[in-house]
Design a protein around this ligand. Structure first.
Ligand code: SAH
Length: 280
């Protein structure tokens, strides 16, 4: 994988002196100070680090339950289930949020951005797979992802596409995603050589890697950027959240490129962070 290695996480200690001071004031003088917590409290807190059903986040069964929920919600794409059933979503979010990683919720990943809900990731990848070419081939071919974020969806796509180019405009997120993907690759013993992360403006696509069989955007804009349409292969499919002209809110837009031209269709309403130009 060509991403830069991630930086170590910021240390949480030492605490700010003023916070230590405030905490000290609130301790009543008659209270017994306990340098160690009672064992039953430690056990209870350790239990909270596990899912409500009592399984650790590393367990395959936690992800299988997430997949079952996706099925119950109407997702019907087996390749999506097999990819999402193995990618450890909790390793892509902040440790403090890991306990929520398999709930169907978006979570903050810093810099005002969020990791998409599992159901939205599943739905968008399912729409990509519904394209005639992907269905016939059984994979997503050469794929462009715009908005790497924390790298979770990139990891899911890495299991379904022959080649992934993923672009992120915010350098700290680009670097962190590189770290997440590299450590996941080490865990599964794969080099992820077919995945390339880029720090750049995804609205421009990536002409040197074009044409793409699949294009997926994780941020919503007003109009489909022309480079995406230009870089979509004949037979390829694009899925992106977009505003409808003159209307509020975003919908999932699907574009199929045929030899005769492009066909655009609209699906359900969604709410994504904005697609922005330029890099930071
Ligand atoms: N699927 C991602 C979701 C990330 S949120 C995940 O699993 O984490 C969407 C991301 O799109 C944000 O990180 C945002 O910085 C990025 N983004 C917005 N506009 C962009 C652009 N023009 N080029 C590249 N990335 C962009």
């Amino acid at each position: 994988m060509s991403a830069e290695a991630g930086k170590p996480r910021a240390a949480r200690f030492p605490l700010l002196l003023e916070r230590v001071g405030r905490a000290g004031v609130s301790v009543k003088s008659r209270e017994t100070l306990r340098p160690q917590r009672p064992l039953h409290e430690a056990a209870r807190d350790a239990g909270r680090q596990r899912t409500p059903q009592g399984l650790g986040l590393d367990s395959q069964r936690v992800r299988q339950r997430m997949v079952q929920r996706l099925r119950a919600e109407g997702i019907r794409c087996e390749p999506v289930f097999s990819a999402m059933g193995v990618v450890p979503r909790h390793l892509f979010v902040d440790t403090a949020l890991a306990i929520q990683a398999y709930e169907d919720t978006s979570l903050p990943i810093g810099h005002g951005q969020t990791i998409s809900k599992p159901s939205v990731v599943a739905r968008m990848v399912e729409l990509l797979f519904d394209g005639a070419q992907a269905r016939a081939r059984g994979h997503l071919g050469r794929l462009l992802e715009v908005g790497t974020g924390c790298g979770y969806q990139t990891a899911v796509l890495a299991r379904l596409a022959q080649r992934v180019v993923s672009i992120e405009r915010l350098r700290p997120l680009f670097e962190r995603a590189g770290g997440h993907l590299a450590s996941w690759g080490r865990d599964i013993g794969e080099g992820l050589d077919h995945v390339r992360l880029l720090h750049g403006d995804g609205m421009l696509g990536h002409a040197p890697s074009a044409p793409f069989d699949s294009i997926i955007a994780a941020a919503g804009g007003g109009e489909l950027p022309q480079p995406w349409l230009d870089q979509l292969a004949v037979g390829g499919r694009l899925v992106a959240p977009m505003h409808r002209p003159g209307q509020r809110g975003q919908v999932l837009v699907v574009v199929d490129r045929h030899a005769s031209g492009i066909v655009r269709s609209e699906y359900e309403a969604v709410h994504f962070v904005p697609l922005k130009s330029g890099i930071v």
